[in-house]
Design a protein around this ligand. Structure first.
Ligand SMILES: [Zn+2]
Length: 217
């Protein structure tokens, strides 16, 4: 476990390493950010966002919360999506869950978790939507793993429901939305290969916010 004071020593070493290979590393970043990616992931400390993607500072705009949820009444995540799409003009939005997610596991416990109840209720909603598929999985661990994947899928759908994403895609053909799952046991990133175009069209039957009605064709 790293001691508190070591953090600042680590920071000095990190600055030295960064400037050793690129003298203007910090000057360049201080001017502006132009990330192509918005990453929405779980707050879990075992998922080091930039590291698993091999991306450096300035390359990914990040939002994290318990169990990587995209809730339409959460001003925080909605502001992040809006800013990333309309101002940063990111090309890709990733929702990344992970196996062994404590949030997903907690959501399925028959227990009162206080403040976490309304937050984790979103995951129970995902379970309800996919109850038949999930209940058919005998092995409990496999069922949780599948719930992690389905949760990512449904949060991608929530991203696609936003006006910012629909309007930007209509005008610019970006961003596209991707669902990933990170495996804590071996470090692997799995692309769930969500068919963005198909989901977008399905969603817009009911959630069209483009004001154009063009995407239904
Ligand atoms: Zn998690």
């Amino acid at each position: 476990m790293t001691k508190y004071d070591e953090i600042f020593e680590n920071n000095r070493r990190w600055i030295a390493a960064k400037t050793a290979t690129d003298k203007e590393f910090f000057e360049k970043l201080a001017n502006e950010q132009r990330p192509d990616y918005l990453y929405i992931g779980c707050s879990d400390s075992r998922v080091p966002t930039n590291e698993i993607m091999g991306l450096d500072a300035g390359e990914v705009f990040v939002h994290r919360n318990i169990a990587n949820l995209v809730n339409n009444t959460d001003l925080n995540v909605m502001a992040v999506i809006n800013y990333a799409v309309r101002h940063l003009q990111v090309k890709h939005i990733v929702v990344c869950g992970h196996y062994n997610c404590g949030g997903v596991k907690a959501a399925m416990q028959p227990a009162d978790l206080g403040l976490l109840n309304p937050w984790l209720r979103n995951i129970r909603d995902v379970y309800r939507l996919h109850k038949e598929e999930l209940n058919a999985i005998q092995d409990e661990h496999a069922r949780y793993n599948r719930l992690v994947e389905l949760n990512v899928q449904e949060q991608c759908v929530n991203v696609i429901k936003t006006a910012a994403v629909q309007q930007s895609y209509l005008q610019n053909q970006f961003p596209t939305v991707h669902g990933w799952v990170y495996d804590l046991r071996n470090g692997e990133l799995k692309d769930l290969k969500i068919d963005f175009e198909r989901v977008l069209h399905e969603i817009q039957e009911i959630y069209d916010l483009t004001g154009e009605g063009l995407m239904k064709k």
